[in-house]
Design a protein. Structure first.
Length: 112
């Protein structure tokens, strides 16, 4: 489904960065959430980001890998924790597909 156009000014508010998952654990008492500790580089440091992908992926699918993250998403409380961003993924028939990025890209590299 095609989404409506957005203004460049709206797009420019998004801070999409390369982040490296240093730690990934299943969130106790949740059937959906995985907690990711993500090194987002100098500007953000290491932040906790929650993902609801437990149905499709385990912690081992994230740990030690680099992905794109929306770094400046408003913090959101989830299961007694706070998610400070969102992992970017593609979607095929309702399943999120993880997209790793090159290990050569430094943590915190901005997407433009």
């Amino acid at each position: 489904m095609k989404k409506p156009n957005c203004l460049y000014e709206d797009f420019s508010k998004l801070d999409i960065r390369v982040g490296e998952v240093k730690e990934a654990i299943l969130v106790e008492s949740s059937k959906k959430l995985i907690s990711l500790m993500v090194d987002m580089g100098e500007d953000y440091g290491v932040v906790e980001i929650m993902t609801g992908m437990q149905e499709w992926y385990g912690p081992e699918d994230f740990k030690g890998k680099k992905f794109l993250f929306l770094a400046n998403l408003e913090p959101k409380p989830m299961m007694g924790r706070t998610s400070n961003g969102m992992i970017m993924a593609t979607d095929i028939d309702g399943k999120p597909i993880l997209n790793t990025v090159s290990d050569d890209l430094p943590n915190g590299t901005m997407v433009r």
